[in-house]
Design a protein around this ligand. Structure first.
Ligand code: DQA
Length: 153
């Protein structure tokens, strides 16, 4: 079944280095490889995705503001998860359903990674499943959007 949903998939800082960056934690897959998987899986799920990566807080905020007409957001905010009030405010401002995702289980790592400033303005958080966290995020947001349509009927 095809749906009219367009989901923004946002990768934050340093995720462009996946494959080379701390592979023991983040795995060996490159961002390009993960994006190909996201495109493939989203096609079979019948949703459109618009993928964006930036190392800059402001660029991520601009991207969110420029795409307010989207249906939802999957975001791996990288280290901004733990620091960025501005990114949290951007997500809250556009009023789109969002899912926070992480490759690693941030709750099983250093103390400072256990707090997310972003999760409270999201539907939920998925972490610890490597690249599959993005796919689980897509499934979750699609299910949420379909339920919303059902409820309106
Ligand atoms: C990360 C976890 C963050 O704590 C870290 O700063 C990252 C990657 C993850 O996907 O596991 O850059 O978001």
């Amino acid at each position: 079944m095809t749906t009219p949903f367009t989901i923004l998939v946002i990768h934050g800082p340093n995720l462009n280095l996946l494959g080379k960056r701390e592979p023991d934690i983040y795995g060996h897959r490159t961002l390009e490889n993960i994006n190909l998987m996201i495109y493939e899986r989203s096609r079979s799920m019948g949703v459109d995705v618009k993928i964006f990566q930036s190392n800059t807080e402001g660029a991520i905020i601009d991207f969110i503001q420029e795409n307010m007409e989207a249906s939802g957001i999957i975001i791996n905010p990288g280290a901004y998860t733990h620091t960025s009030v501005a990114l949290r405010d951007a997500i809250a401002s556009v009023n789109l359903p969002a899912v926070e995702v992480h490759l690693s289980n941030i709750h099983a790592r250093e103390e400072f990674r256990r707090e997310s400033l972003i999760a409270p303005v999201c539907l939920g958080q998925i972490c610890g499943f490597g690249a599959n966290s993005y796919i689980l995020g897509l499934e979750a947001i699609k299910a949420f959007l379909l339920e919303q349509i059902d409820r309106r009927r």
